[in-house]
Design a protein around this ligand. Structure first.
Ligand SMILES: Nc1ncnc2c1ncn2[C@@H]1O[C@H](COP(=O)(O)OP(=O)(O)OP(=O)(O)O)[C@@H](O)[C@H]1O
Ligand SMILES: [Mg+2]
Length: 253
């Protein structure tokens, strides 16, 4: 099972990109599981699944801790079944969730459960690819969740500020031993925007791709529709398809 995480500054397009790429992979027949580790969870909604229909990890922390006492081999299938939903396209979605109460502390224990579930899912051999959507900024890579991952998909807008966050996430992913980095420069106006960001991030241009700013993406988002279905001929979608191809080539999927 290949493991992929998307990282980058807030609002750069992590969730939009992962949703579309996951759908394309699932419709090609790949067995896909996605994990939303962003406390501002909206990955499920991007697939058209209201997040209220999934019991999140943080909502059920006490029960999960109890079940884990039996060991993950004994409890993994049940924990996964009780805390995920499967979309019409066959994508299983697990949501970490948010803190339940003010003053609850950090999300480290919930992240640890996600890591345990990821390892369990890998051991079952039931999925070809696990895709993790993360919260904005580099913090997720400071927690070790992505160690042994195959790919860090760095999302960036073509600005110096966004690129600086991309520099940080690349460094942390390299420190963790993530095998590959790819750079997606989203919302571009010109092809030269890709080279601009790639130079700052220090990534070879062959490992970078651009997606144009496209109002169809915003329209699909506003209408709560899948870009893939609502605007199959959009310019952004064409590049998202190329992004998916580059990911598959990079991780041999
Ligand atoms: N290529 C694009 N053209 C125009 N708008 C886009 C494009 N890609 C994403 N957007 C819009 O940018 C906004 C942020 O996208 P998205 O939620 O995917 O970013 P994110 O990185 O996941 O954000 P967050 O850090 O808050 O999780 C959304 O309104 C989305 O519709
Ligand atoms: Mg997001």
């Amino acid at each position: 099972m290949k493991k992929i995480i998307a990282t980058g500054k807030g609002g750069v397009g992590k969730t939009t990109t992962l949703t579309t790429v996951s759908l394309m992979m699932a419709r090609e027949g790949k067995r896909v599981i996605v994990f939303d580790t962003d406390p501002s969870m909206n990955l499920a909604l991007s697939f058209g699944v209201p997040y209220q229909s999934v019991c999140t990890i943080t909502e059920d922390k006490a029960d999960i801790s109890h079940e884990l006492e039996e060991g993950i081999d004994a409890s993994g299938a049940k924990i996964l079944e009780d805390h995920s939903v499967v979309t019409e396209d066959g994508i299983r979605i697990v949501i970490m969730g948010a803190l339940q109460h003010g003053g609850d502390g950090c999300l480290c224990s919930a992240i640890s459960v996600i890591k345990i579930l990821l390892d369990y899912v890998e051991s079952t051999g039931e999925y070809d690819v696990a895709i993790v959507d993360s919260q904005a900024g580099p913090e997720v890579l400071g927690r070790g969740l992505a160690s042994s991952f195959d790919l860090n998909l760095i999302l960036s807008e073509p600005t110096a500020k966004s690129s600086e966050v991309s520099v940080q996430v690349k460094k942390l992913a390299d420190d963790l031993g993530v095998k590959e980095n790819l750079l997606v420069v989203n919302k571009i106006d010109y092809d030269s925007d890709v080279r601009f960001v790639a130079n700052i991030v220090g990534i070879d241009i062959s490992k970078a791709i651009g997606i144009p700013y496209d109002r169809d993406v915003v329209k699909a988002d506003k209408e709560g529709e899948l870009l893939l279905d609502a605007f199959p001929d959009s310019a952004a979608l064409a590049q998202l398809r190329n992004t998916k191809d580059l990911i598959e080539k990079t991780v041999c999927l």
